[in-house]
Design a protein around this ligand. Structure first.
Ligand SMILES: [Zn+2]
Length: 449
């Protein structure tokens, strides 16, 4: 990306501050401390519970979901006294694939922010597992055998022991550091039966008006070879919902930009759709509740192992999971350190004009961007505007605007480009981009006679 510093005087007077795009030593340290060996140990332990089906044993100290959730919570507690660990319990009624009432427990570990703790960044995976067992149905079609499914071994090491292990390892490493915002590490339950744990959590978060800046949901990040022999451990897929400038898409772009800065040999491949075909994940209930949320998944899925007894440690790749965990670590740490994103609000309408917009044409042929700056962080450095063609996937230019709330790009046609703005602090930490979007056309009722 091209970086242009327009206000020369402002830039020169602030040379002592860290420029944007520089590597933050705290983020570098965190990324370097993520351990493939520790991830492997966690995955082996998760496998040892035999199954983490939501209907499996809750009173056995070594087998089933009860033992697994107690162990995960105890691990979180052991990492740092700063982590606030709790079970988020729900009484799930029989519905859909959930064939009888069951209590489900999400495991939540909060690392409180030291500057703006009300703002949260969530990292998640699901710790429940399933081994789908089918039987012949009355009409000759196969149907799920619910009791046999509960009884079957379900090691779930890649789906989603890998995501759970990444969440736990990042909780261990990141809880040794301080962040401006709170980081919430969550192991969700009942993903396999219909996204129930995340659905209930997201619904409650929206009702509480939780300020969640982004959800990084990791599901199936443990496989680097497909069932037909294709192999790669140099990239990961990140899914984000439409439209192209949704807050989730900005989160995905942010992850790519930051993660590849700290781990340049590992590609964060953005997929511009909400999920894989016919599949679901715990990011989606957050999208439905209005939050920015992305799904992080290996492109090298082995379908023959998923939801079977062969989703084992022998068939997973902790070294690959560690690379994906490091990509998460860079983006989550950077976002949790960063100031909040600028707010784009309509200024009060000026006299004689019905419409006012945070993006205007100025004298007629300029791009005039206006944003608000409520309770600016004391270490705020300023704002940068970004732009790209409407057909370009990624931001192409970045221009530092200074510590201002309005900025004009002369002779830029606002109809041809997408424009955004982000906040940057004096350590070079960058917020998410707020985008000046053109709201969709709304058809009004046409009267006829
Ligand atoms: Zn999964």
């Amino acid at each position: 990306m091209l970086r242009i510093f327009l206000p020369v005087a402002a830039a020169c007077s602030l040379l002592a501050d860290a420029p944007p795009s520089s590597l933050n030593p705290q983020v570098e340290a965190i990324v370097s401390q993520v351990s493939a060996d520790r991830i492997a140990e966690i995955q082996k332990k998760l496998e040892s519970f035999g199954t983490r089906n939501i209907y499996s044993a809750t009173d056995n100290p070594a087998h089933g979901i009860g033992a697994a959730r107690e162990w995960i919570a105890a691990q979180f507690r052991s990492y740092s006294p700063k982590l606030q660990v709790s079970f988020d319990k729900h009484r799930l009624a029989k519905q859909g694939r959930a064939f009888r009432n069951v209590e489900i427990w999400n495991i939540v570990a909060v690392l409180p922010g030291t500057g703006e703790p009300e703002r949260q960044v969530i990292m998640s995976g699901h710790y429940d597992s399933i081994h789908l067992v089918y039987r012949a149905g009355a009409d000759g079609q196969r149907e799920l055998d619910p009791e046999a499914t509960v009884a079957a071994p379900a090691p779930g090491v890649t789906d989603d022991g890998s995501g759970t292990a990444a969440v736990m390892e990042l909780a261990r490493v990141m809880s040794q550091y301080q962040f401006r915002k709170s980081i919430v590490f969550i192991a969700f339950a009942a993903e396999e039966y219909g996204l129930f744990g995340s659905g209930l959590y997201a619904e409650a978060a929206a009702a509480r008006h939780d300020l969640i800046e982004g959800v990084f949901n990791n599901d199936i990040i443990g496989s680097d070879v497909t069932g037909n022999g294709e192999t790669s451990n140099r990239h990961v897929n990140v899914y984000s919902e439409e439209p192209n400038d949704s807050s989730s898409r900005q989160l995905a772009r942010y992850m790519k930009q930051i993660a590849e800065r700290y781990q340049p040999g590992f590609e964060v491949n953005l997929v511009f759709r909400h999920d894989r075909f016919g599949r679901g994940g715990d990011h989606s209930p957050f999208n439905a509740a209005g939050y920015a949320a992305i799904r992080i998944t290996t492109p090298m899925e082995n379908f023959s192992n998923q939801h079977t007894a062969t989703d084992t440690f022998a068939n997973t790749a902790p070294a690959y999971t560690a690379l994906v965990a490091k990509a998460n670590a860079a983006a989550i740490a950077a976002l949790a350190l960063a100031p909040k994103a600028p707010e784009l609000e309509l200024p009060p309408p000026t006299q004689g004009r019905a419409f006012a917009s945070p993006l205007g044409r100025g004298s007629g042929y300029d791009a005039v961007m206006t944003w608000t700056n409520k309770n600016p962080e004391p270490d705020l450095w300023g704002y940068a505007v970004v732009l790209r063609k409407t057909t370009s996937p990624f931001w192409e230019r970045e221009i530092f605007a200074g510590n201002v709330t309005q900025f004009t790009l002369s002779n830029v046609n606002i109809d041809e480009v997408v424009l955004g703005v982000k906040a940057i602090d004096k350590n070079g930490n960058e917020s998410l981009v707020s985008v000046f979007v053109n709201p969709p056309y709304q058809q009004h009722k046409i009267e006829t006679y």
